[in-house]
Design a protein around this ligand. Structure first.
Ligand SMILES: [Zn+2]
Length: 258
C-alpha cells in the first residue's frame, strides 16, 4: 500500500503516538511548569487537542486512502474515526451535563446553608468551623464561599489572599479547563496519560491562582492561608467531598518558600 493518503495517515499517526506518550511524560516530569504555570497549561491544552485531532485524522486519512483499494476495510476505518469523534464529544457533553447538574444541586444547598457576607459582594458564609474556601462558577454572578472557621482563623491579609486566589479561578475560567480534562480522562480511563494530564492541570490552575494572589498579598500571607485551608482545598468546580492535605498544597507551599 502506498500513496499520499497513507503517507499523511502515517505522519498523523506518528504525531498522535508522540503526543500520547513521550511528550506528556516529559512535560509531567519537568520542573519548569511550577515556574511558568500559564505556559505549561497552554502546552497541556495543545497536547490534548493536537493529540486528539491527529489520532482521528490518522484514522480518517488511512480509511480514505484504503477505500479505492478495499472499500469495506476502508469504510470500517473511516467509521472508526467518526465513532471515536462521537465518543469523545459525547463524553464531553455528558461530563458537562453532570457538572452543571451537580453545580445546581450545590447552589440549592448553599442557599439553605449559607448567609451573605456582610461586606463582600457575591460572597457567602458557611457556618462551619472547618476552614474552607471555594468558588462556584455562575457566569457573571459567580460565588465565593468562605466558612466561619476560615474567617475566624485568618488575618485580613490572609483572607485577601484566599479571596484573590478564588477570584482568579473564576476570572480565568479554570472550571472549563478542569471539566475538559476530566472528560478526556473519563473517556479514556485506561489511558494513563489522560489521568496524569488531569492531575497536572489540577495543580497548574492552583499555581496560577496563587500567582494572581501574590500580586495583591505577600507570599507569607498566602502561605499561611494555604496552610490553613490545606485540609479542604476545593477548586473551580464545586465539590462536596472534603479531602485531606495533598501533595498539591505541599507543592504550593514549597514554591512560595523558594
Ligand atoms: Zn484553588
Amino acid at each position: 500500500m502506498s500513496g499520499p493518503g497513507f503517507v499523511v495517515a502515517a505522519a498523523l499517526g506518528l504525531i498522535a503516538v508522540t503526543l500520547a506518550v513521550p511528550v506528556p511524560i516529559a512535560l509531567a516530569r519537568a520542573t519548569w511548569p511550577t515556574r511558568a504555570p500559564a505556559r505549561a497549561l497552554l502546552l497541556w491544552q495543545v497536547i490534548a487537542l493536537a493529540g486528539g485531532f491527529s489520532m482521528i485524522g490518522a484514522l480518517l486519512a488511512a480509511g480514505l486512502a484504503l477505500m479505492p483499494i478495499a472499500v469495506v476495510p476502508g469504510g470500517i476505518v473511516v467509521g472508526a474515526a467518526i465513532a471515536l469523534t462521537g465518543y469523545l464529544l459525547g463524553h464531553l457533553a455528558a461530563t458537562v451535563t453532570v457538572v452543571v447538574r451537580s453545580r445546581q444541586r450545590h447552589q440549592e444547598l448553599l442557599w439553605l446553608l449559607t448567609s451573605p457576607h456582610p461586606t463582600r459582594a457575591e460572597t457567602l458564609v458557611l457556618e462551619d468551623s472547618v476552614p474552607l474556601a471555594y468558588c462556584v462558577p455562575r457566569g457573571w454572578h459567580s460565588l465565593t464561599v468562605l466558612s466561619r472557621g476560615l474567617l475566624d482563623r485568618l488575618s485580613s491579609e490572609e483572607l485577601s489572599a484566599v479571596i484573590a486566589h478564588e477570584r482568579a479561578h473564576l476570572d480565568q475560567r479554570h472550571d472549563i479547563l478542569l471539566v475538559a480534562f476530566r472528560a478526556w480522562h473519563s473517556a479514556l480511563p485506561w489511558f494513563p496519560i489522560a489521568a496524569r494530564a488531569a492531575e497536572e492541570v489540577d495543580v497548574l490552575v492552583e499555581l496560577l491562582a496563587d500567582d494572581s494572589a501574590r500580586r495583591v498579598v505577600s507570599d507569607r500571607a498566602l502561605a499561611h492561608a494555604i496552610a490553613a485551608v490545606a485540609r479542604v482545598e476545593p477548586d473551580g468546580a464545586p465539590r462536596t467531598v472534603r479531602h485531606p492535605a495533598t501533595a498539591r498544597s505541599r507543592d504550593r507551599l514549597l514554591r512560595l518558600a523558594a
